[in-house]
Structure formats: C-alpha cells, structure tokens
Ligand binder design. Sequence first.
Ligand SMILES: [Zn+2]
Length: 158
Amino acid sequence: MYRPGRSFLYASATAPIESRQSYILGGLFDFLKIKVYFYQEDFEKEVGIYRAMEGCPGIPPLLATGRVQDGRYFIVVPNAGSPVDEITDEDARQIYDRALKYMHGKKYHHHDIHRGNVLRNANGELFLIDFCDVETACLASEPCFDRDWMHMHGIKNA
Ligand SMILES: [Zn+2]
C-alpha cells in the first residue's frame, strides 16, 4: 500500500478500496499517483517545480494538491509508468529532450537523475519525476550533477 521514500511516500489509491462500486473507481485510480509529504517545505518545493514545468512533455502534469487528515500535504499526478531498469544513452537523450532541457531552460537543475526517478509508459515515453533535490542552475565553473550525467551519456550542452 505504501512505498517509503526519504521524505514522502506514495499511497496507492486502489489499496483501501473493496466494494463493487469502488472497484470501478479503482480502475480509474490506476492512472493516478498520490504522493504524501512528511514536510510541508518539500511539498511546496515540488509543487513550485511542477507548476513551473507545466506543459513540459516529459514531466507529469500536477493534477491536484491537498491535505490528508493528519495535516500532511499531498499531490496527485498521473501514473506515468514504471521506473526503468537502466538508463541507456538513448533513454538519456529522450529524458534530456522531453524534460531536462525544459528544466534547464527555466534555470532549474534536477541533480538526482537515476533509474528510480525515470518512468517509462506503455508507449515507451519517458518521464522525469522527483524534484526534491532540484536547485537553481549551477554556474559553469561549479560541479554539476546534471552536466556530469549529460556528459556520461554523450549529450552536448544545447
Ligand atoms: Zn547543476
């Protein structure tokens, strides 16, 4: 039902549902992910990034936000697929073209790209998620995870 993260958890919207009527809703909710935050600041940071990246093809759209009964904040996003087993150079190119270059265009750096944060849907489209470690763009003279990652996969700076 819950998949623990560092400072958040993903709640399955289907798990608590048992009735016949809810079964139908369960089918609908297979398309949604609810991410519940332990800290309000993480929630606010990610919501800010999602809103700034609205319309970006490789970042799931933010569908809704809210609070659960204990006061924790959550977001609702589409279920954009499953984490990839590995990130090939071809995958990396797609991640860059569909998501990372848009982030860099907004002066955001992801800084935590790994296979757990890259989702592949049934059509083979890749999505970049988890913006808790996002920082404003590094200076060219500074060490930068994103640039190292791009270099590792043979992606030249635009
Ligand atoms: Zn950077």
